[in-house]
Design a binder for this molecule. Structure first.
Ligand code: TXA
Ligand code: MG
Length: 336
């Protein structure tokens, strides 16, 4: 995690807290991706998030809180395994879905009986949450600060590219994690993984000393999984068509492409050594999962800037530490 010195940002953080308290939106850095934030308890402010993103208003938002005490304000109960997760991974890139107090943050929760809570570790987000508390704002509802269905932003410039110039964007540098938080549903008898992220299933099981169910096991305890846009089949999609290949398939396809005439520009994201081929924009895929997660959305956005028609991506390893990256690539490739 980058150790940011926030002091030069203090006036901006103060201004941001005031904007939020007055019921308006601010884009904020977190360690995962940038968020588009509003006071979680002002329904009219939260409505502005849905309108700005073009997101269906029954899709619940994650509420960002400073700590467990603030989480308790929004949650009607915290199951023992949820508490273990908070102890192990907060502040950090883990969201828990827990039963919601009926009177609080209804619009943020999209009207659902549950609420998603996360305590971010980014120092700017934490300073902002502290400042907000002094103004009576107990939590910030914030989805990723991108237009609905598009790639999440990991730099302030990404946010500025998607939203009008009058939106205040707190610039906290590049997000260190780079993909959205891991989401664990704690509203059923057993914990269920709704969205993989950089805190992986093995770490979660170790912290809870219990098994983590996968959302794909459809109905668990007779209850359907709640709606989560991060779990829609096609999401996080760049404009170009994303295609996934095994390393061998990719090598062959590049060979064929190089021989052919009449080429559309394509992007390659692979661990294969870079080749200089006309009309190919080549980005090296790191061998390290954390580095790859950190780079991924930036790389996808850069390909779009080069107006490539297709992005060819090498499949990542089938192991727990790669699950978050693999999930985002699968969804990016699933778009029409
Ligand atoms: O890392 C992150 O989680 C980022 C940063 C900004 O914190 N936020 C983020 O938010 O990715 P968003 O809205 O793009 O994705 C949140 C996911 C959505 O799929 C949403 O449906 C799900 O969390 N979610 C939130 N509250 C929920 C609830 N009560 N029940 C089920 N799913 C929920
Ligand atoms: Mg999102």
């Amino acid at each position: 995690m980058i150790n940011l010195n926030n002091s030069h940002l203090e006036p901006a953080i103060e201004q941001a807290a005031k904007i939020l308290a007055s019921g308006n939106l601010v884009a904020i850095p977190t360690e995962t991706v940038y968020g588009l934030a509003a006071d979680a308890e002002q329904d009219s402010a939260v409505a502005k998030i849905f309108a700005a993103k073009g997101r269906p208003s029954d899709h619940p938002l994650i509420v960002h809180v400073l700590n467990e005490e603030q989480a308790n304000y929004f949650a009607s109960e915290l199951p023992a395994f949820a508490k273990k997760l908070m102890k192990a991974f907060w502040p950090g890139p883990l969201t828990i879905i827990v039963p919601r107090k009926t009177s609080v943050a209804t619009a943020s929760a999209g009207g659902h009986a549950s609420i998603g809570l996360r305590s971010p570790s980014h120092p700017v987000a934490r300073s902002l949450l502290e400042k907000c508390l002094t103004l009576g704002v107990r939590g910030l509802a914030a989805p990723s600060a991108n237009l609905f269905g598009r790639v999440s932003p990991t730099k302030a410039a990404h946010v500025r590219a998607d939203f009008p110039a009058d939106l205040l964007v707190l610039d906290g540098g590049e997000c260190s994690v780079g993909i959205e938080s891991t989401i664990v549903d704690c509203t059923r008898q057993e914990p269920v993984l709704l969205r993989p992220g950089m805190i992986n299933s093995e770490q979660i099981e170790l912290a809870m000393q219990a098994n983590l169910q996968l959302n794909s096991s459809a109905k668990i305890q007779g209850k359907e999984a709640p709606k989560a846009s991060g779990t829609l089949e096609s999401h996080y999609a760049p404009k170009a068509k994303v295609r996934l290949f095994s390393k061998n398939e990719l090598e062959e396809s590049i060979f064929e492409y190089a021989k052919s005439s009449n080429k559309n520009r394509i992007g390659i994201y692979s661990t294969l050594p870079k080749q200089l081929i006309e009309s190919i924009i080549w980005q090296l895929m790191p061998n390290d999962a954390a580095q790859c997660a950190h780079d991924l959305f930036s790389v996808l956005r850069e390909f779009d800037q080069h107006s490539v028609s297709e992005i060819w991506v090498e499949n990542v390893p089938e192991i727990a530490i790669w699950a978050g990256v693999k999930d985002r690539l699968k969804r990016a490739a699933a778009s029409a």
